[in-house]
Design a binder for this molecule. Sequence first.
Ligand SMILES: [Zn+2]
Length: 170
Amino acid sequence: MGVEQEVYRHGKLVAAQIGHALPARCVTCNRPAQALFFKELSYLPWYLWPRETLFTVIHFWSRGRFSRPFEMYRTEIEIPLCATHDAKRSRSSWLLYVLMISAFLTFFAGGYFSENIMGFVYTAGGLFLATLLVFLFQYKPFRLRKIDQRFVWLSRISPEYLATLPELEI
Ligand SMILES: [Zn+2]
């Protein structure tokens, strides 16, 4: 990753030029970063969904004779986090993983081993619900708003972090 100057604030958003590193402070608490959270990002603007869906259907019906590349914006990013917030992020993704696996195992174990399956169904249902709740409310260091030709746009970044960035003039 390159120099830091190509990262801006715009309102409550961070606009990071594609391929440039974010300043090495935690995006949540602005303390010095001790970890980088690597994430692959993809983004398709909502107004392109109908067109892309249509092209996918045509591709399928024509058995691949008519095809074109899917025009989704893709990039990668490294999100700087302090030790505390990196640990928090990793804990919640593990919890999510464990809950989801338990839900599936319970569901299938119920099918194999039980005469009275409802107990397993309720347990699995509860675990799926817990998975959903953890997924919705877990700590997320950022939210991807969009990717365009030049920038990756992120929200949920702390005001302290934003305040240290130059304003983007557009
Ligand atoms: Zn932090």
